[in-house]
Design a binder for this molecule. Structure first.
Ligand SMILES: Cc1ncc(COP(=O)(O)O)c(C=O)c1O
Length: 388
């Protein structure tokens, strides 16, 4: 195996889901967001563990991701979050996926596919309450529902919206929530029945606004244990599941005044030792981390020096006597008492935590672990993942 890999602790994911379930209480469902290959963690193992730990449904971004789950043999309700192309309507109905209703043409295509196949099209009405991304405008929902009511074959399983800034703007988030509640009542009045699953909360809203939990919540970050600066009152106990590890591929002395890496962006201020790690930006270890991150060696922080290149990153190990080839270094995650969180990496790259993990490339092998004796995960036969 390549001497650089992502270790995913599935016990952490199981705990994160079941701790969240405890916080939410028995009457609220969890829709585990596993799009983008389970936020880079590996969609199949993550999905299985999340379902076993109490998630009711899985959510992905696109039809292809939903098919991957079904074709691997996973038995679960799968919600597609992004707009689905009209040509995908037949596939959505055939496999029983839950699709978002975002416009009239999409509703008509799903209704037609449902009639052709003599089976219902599972749909969730997507409402735009102010993010101005996807969904039917809040003010148009009553008319929209009055029209789709007459389309045969649509089984309206849910209604949902998405928050624009649940972690940073309470006023706007609560206004969106207020609008969603109002619109949901209008939709139900127009349809003449109650919609079973009303959902809007992502991780940021889950930890801050219990009033947003409604019938179900849609956590992504929370189930991987990566939220930044949580600040929420309803924070379940949570552990980061991912660790990026690499073995040192070479160590060399370097003299004071010598430059390192592309562009020689770092110059040794004293004689020291540098070590090469076989991980680069093509693995998802961002170039913005050049001269701007630490790694962990023997439980101590050592600096990344010079530019991160496509396949390689350099660290200054002068402070660690006798650091040698094959020694294990942690670039993201815990080693000893030190911890480099995904949130720290996101801060250093001025981005969101979701981007850091979802950009870990397939080139990095995923190695699945669990806590010693954790039978929930140990006895799980990972579906078709090829790894454990
Ligand atoms: C519609 C929708 N719901 C829920 C989530 C989960 O968000 P988070 O990772 O912040 O929990 C996402 C993520 O992008 C999303 O697009």
């Amino acid at each position: 195996m390549r001497p650089a890999w992502l270790e995913i602790n599935l016990s952490a994911i199981a705990d994160n889901v079941s701790n969240l379930k405890t916080v939410l209480g028995p009457q609220r469902e969890i829709i585990a967001v596993v799009k983008a290959d389970g936020y880079g963690h590996g969609v199949l193992p993550v999905s299985q563990v999340a379902l076993n730990a109490g998630a009711r449904m899985l959510a992905v971004a696109m039809v292809e991701e939903a098919l991957e789950l079904t074709q691997a043999g996973l038995q679960a309700e799968v919600l597609i979050l992004s707009a689905t192309p009209r040509q995908a309507a037949a596939t959505i109905v055939e496999y029983g996926f839950h699709a978002p209703l975002t416009d009239m043409a999409g509703a008509q295509a799903l209704s037609q596919a449902a009639q052709e196949q003599h089976r219902p099209a599972n749909v969730h009405i997507k409402v735009d309450t102010g993010m101005h991304r996807l969904g039917v405008a809040a003010e148009e929902i009553a008319d929209y529902c009055a029209t789709i009511k007459s389309l045969p074959g649509l089984a309206i399983r849910g209604i949902f919206t998405h928050f624009a800034s649940s972690s940073s703007d309470p006023q706007f988030t609560l206004a969106q929530l207020g609008s969603f509640k109002k619109v949901t009542a209008q939709a139900e009045a127009a349809l003449g029945y109650s919609i079973p699953l009303k959902h809007c909360a992502n991780s940021g809203a889950i930890v801050r606004y219990p009033e947003s939990w409604l019938d179900a919540v849609r956590p992504g970050a929370l189930i991987y244990g990566i939220p930044r600066n949580p600040g929420g009152v309803y924070m379940p106990t949570m552990r980061q599941a991912v660790t990026l590890r690499a073995n040192i591929s070479c160590v060399k002395p370097i003299e004071a005044g010598a430059g390192v890496g592309y562009g020689l962006t770092w110059t040794a201020s004293q004689d020291t030792q540098i070590a090469l790690l076989p991980v680069g930006y093509a693995d998802g270890y961002d170039r913005l981390l050049s001269n701007n991150a630490d790694a962990l060696l023997r439980g101590q922080r050592v600096p990344v020096v010079g530019a991160v290149s496509m396949d390689c990153t350099i660290i200054d190990v002068g402070a660690i006597a006798g650091a040698g080839v094959d020694e294990e270094v942690v670039l993201v995650g815990q080693q000893g008492d030190e911890n480099i969180t995904v949130a720290e990496i996101a801060d250093r790259c001025d981005t969101v935590i979701q981007e850091v993990v979802s950009r870990f490339s397939p080139r990095l092998p995923r190695v699945y672990t669990h806590d010693p004796g954790d039978v929930r995960v140990k006895e799980l036969e990972l579906v078709d993942s090829g790894q454990q």
